[in-house]
Design a protein around this ligand. Sequence first.
Ligand code: XIL
Length: 312
Amino acid sequence: DPVLRDLATAKGRYYGTAVTTSKLTGTYGAITAAQFNSVTPGNEMKWGSVEPTRGSFNWDGADRLVNFAEANGQKVRGHTLVWHSQMPNWLANGTFSDAELRTIMNEHVTTETTRYKGRIDHWDVVNEPLNEDGTMRASTFYTQLGESYIADAFRSARAADPAAKLYINDYNTDGTGAKSNGMYSLVQRLKAQGVPIDGVGFQGHLILGQLPSTLQANLQRFADLGVDVAITELDIRMTLPATTAQLAQQKDEFKAVTTACLAVTRCKGVTAWGFTDSDSWIPDVFPGQGAATPYDESFQPKPAYYGIAEAL
Ligand code: XIL
């Protein structure tokens, strides 16, 4: 079989996968190491994972991921520092003054970026800041601190780990539209304020048959703002059970996303949100849907895998 990481490297890009770090042994670990030159922890670097109790940290999963990546010559996408979801209960259910919350957020960013200083290629500093209409999501951070929470988070991350490329990341921004326009305006404002933002991540949680025709043009317009871009969480879900025709269409769509990234000089790479259907979040969150990744549940490559290879 073709080796995705070698093909991507030859093009000066990466092809990555999200992983469950506790599974990085056996066949799962072997495929992760052999095929991908970037890895993202699916959950293990989220705030709720690393600081379940205030002031008490669990870095086991995050450490395992970073060590695995270094042993296998892979980049790491750190995911994610400030997000409205998967926060620890003490934070989600706590009551804090605005000043306290700002300090808590900045200290969290500093603590986590400092721990992995020099070992993370890209940090998703702020995740999912937008509503579907392109306005700012009413997260705790936005509601209490206003839009400046984003600038603060990026500045704290840059100060702690100057080498890491700092990204903002969201979903349903892959094609042009209201939400993508909201992200575009936000990035313009951040750049105008001198906020240290290096990249914009497009999650790419796609539905079979609904690949945005404006994907490449959208990536390009962001790149033209002077930031890197990446597809950070690609999966293409379908109604189960998957048919041969659906899997063939999925191949075309995985190929098209890769081709769109390669066509944009500042598109650094693509990350699949899980490489195997045995380890995908889709069936849990979208009942009746799945088969969203390039390998089946038995770790056999699907047509989508060959589509990626053809594009690379
Ligand atoms: C998902 C994980 O894959 C699941 O295991 C978890 O239960 C929920 O979060 N957007 C993101 C990712 O930025 O962090 C989410 O990951 C998927 C949607």
